[in-house]
Design a protein around this ligand. Structure first.
Ligand code: MN
Length: 290
């Protein structure tokens, strides 16, 4: 393979999540959606929750609305029960993914289904284009065994949630989530000690890595930069991503999506294009039209 056209992506920015609480007092780290990184179009928010202490999560996220975007919950540890006002209900177990398109609106709760033990995972908010903000709510929910796991290189294990990965034998393996609007890539990557993985990034997409165990190096040669545990690295400047683990190995998510480049009017759980639509969302919610 010729290296002539390879331009390595670099870390253009690093941010560390800020401790906060949400729902009825669940402690979490907000990585996207703070003043330091308000969004990364089409991504509006990234929360990492991770604790062994029941008091940090037991209050859960009682009934609350959403309109105009998607919430993506990826569980690493623990069990969370989901219910909405349209009669949908499900139990998210370790390794499960729920990609919820809130569309025109729903009211739901997300509550821990355990009294003790570890609760760990991510919630990502993905924006919807104006044409889909008032679409019917829908779910793409997958149990852990429905998620393909690929070994694209020695010491590299990838769970393919959305987008695709080419395995070591050249087979393209596609994740189960489908969303043409933003064409997302969402991979959970485990790197063994000193493992190296290079792959292409989707052209024109915004992309980031978030390291949740260990430390990685991103880029190649003199441009390589470390990303530490609980740091998010925004990727840019190239179409090829080169990841390297150090001697302890690492776990991270790699997420990319096509930017919508639309005006964003957001407040709390509503994300629309204009202030008028935002006010309408509050009115519709208060009058029980969700
Ligand atoms: Mn919610």
């Amino acid at each position: 393979m010729s290296d002539l056209h390879v331009i390595n992506a670099r870390i253009t920015r690093k941010v560390r999540g800020l401790p906060t609480s949400d729902g009825a007092g669940v402690k979490l780290r907000r990585v996207i959606g703070t003043q330091q990184l308000p969004d990364l179009d089409p991504f509006l928010m990234l929360d990492e929750f991770g604790t062994d202490r029941a008091e940090d999560y037991i209050a859960g996220f009682p009934e609350h609305p959403h309109r105009g975007f998607e919430t993506v919950t990826y569980m690493l540890d623990g069990r969370m029960r989901h219910r909405d006002n349209h009669g949908n209900e499900g139990l998210l177990v370790p390794g499960a993914v729920q990609w919820m398109t809130a569309g025109r609106g729903l009211v739901h709760s997300e509550m821990p289904e355990q009294q003790e033990g570890r609760m760990r995972g991510f919630q990502l908010w993905v924006n919807l284009p104006a044409t889909l903000k008032m679409s019917e709510p829908q779910y793409q929910e997958f149990a852990p065994e429905r998620m393909p796991v690929v070994h694209p290189a020695e010491g590299v294990t990838v769970k393919v949630i959305a987008g695709d990965v080419t395995d070591a034998g050249g087979t393209v393996v596609r994740g189960p989530i489908v969303q043409p609007a933003t064409d997302p890539l969402y991979l959970d990557i485990e790197l063994a000690p000193d493992a190296v993985w290079t792959r292409e990034l989707p052209a024109g997409h915004n992309a980031f890595v978030y390291v949740y165990e260990g430390v990685i190096s991103v880029g190649d040669g003199g441009d390589a930069r470390p990303v530490d545990t609980q740091e998010l690295g925004v990727l840019g400047g190239g179409d090829t991503l080169s990841l390297r683990a150090f001697s302890d190995g690492a776990r991270l998510i790699l997420v990319a999506g096509r930017p919508l480049r639309e005006p964003v009017a957001r407040h709390g759980p509503f994300v629309m294009n204009t202030r008028e639509e935002l006010i309408q969302a509050f009115v519709d919610y208060q009058e029980g039209r969700f």
